[in-house]
Design a protein around this ligand. Sequence first.
Ligand SMILES: C[S@@+](CC[C@H](N)C(=O)[O-])C[C@H]1O[C@@H](n2cnc3c(N)ncnc32)[C@H](O)[C@@H]1O
Length: 213
Amino acid sequence: METWQWVLTWVVALLVVAIIPYLILKYACRKPMSNVWNYLFCIFFFWLWIFAIYETPRKRRERLKKAGVKEGQVIVDLGCGPGRFTTLAAKIVGPEGKVYALDIHPLHTAIVRARIGIGGPKNVSVMHADCCATRLPDKAIDLIFINDAFHEFADKVGCLKEVARILKADGILAIDEHEMKESKFLGIVEGANLFTLVEKEKRLYKFRPLSEG
Ligand SMILES: C[S@@+](CC[C@H](N)C(=O)[O-])C[C@H]1O[C@@H](n2cnc3c(N)ncnc32)[C@H](O)[C@@H]1O
């Protein structure tokens, strides 16, 4: 999604989810809104804009590049959600590369499919699956990107084993994790004895597979 499309989406979303209900409530009730309602709407708008400013496509693209996403790579967006990073990643890897967008939630994979269907990049494969059983071939992936999802995975070690199976020996596991305490998070990833931390920037962690044998 380009920046202008993103701005347009936010303007339309604001109209639909906030301004229109606000006007309906205000005029249908035919009396001034109470201070409480005005106050709640102000808070709602405030957080919507904070989120909008913070998460621009440019920032997401930068995060993908910091994670190590490059042209020509085959990558997995694990726990892709509605595909906020998927389409941007697909543009970075380009037609020679490929993105597997995998999520356990059928609504999320349906949204990504729809986004790809209506003019999105064609180098994306959407997979409705658990992160512990991706069905991807052994040692086939250059980079696995997990943004804001690791804390949600029920079987974290099972997921790491699956990642180790599908990741190339020189591949990268990039995890952006804000929800878990760092000590707990690193305890799980390094404790699995499959990956070693090679780089860290804020809460973006990059791991390499430990060589076997
Ligand atoms: C907070 S969302 C983040 C979505 C996306 N990565 C982003 O940054 O916008 C976490 C995602 O992880 C997915 N998820 C949770 N458990 C999963 C599992 N076991 N396997 C695959 N995806 C899972 C959820 O369905 C959800 O879409």
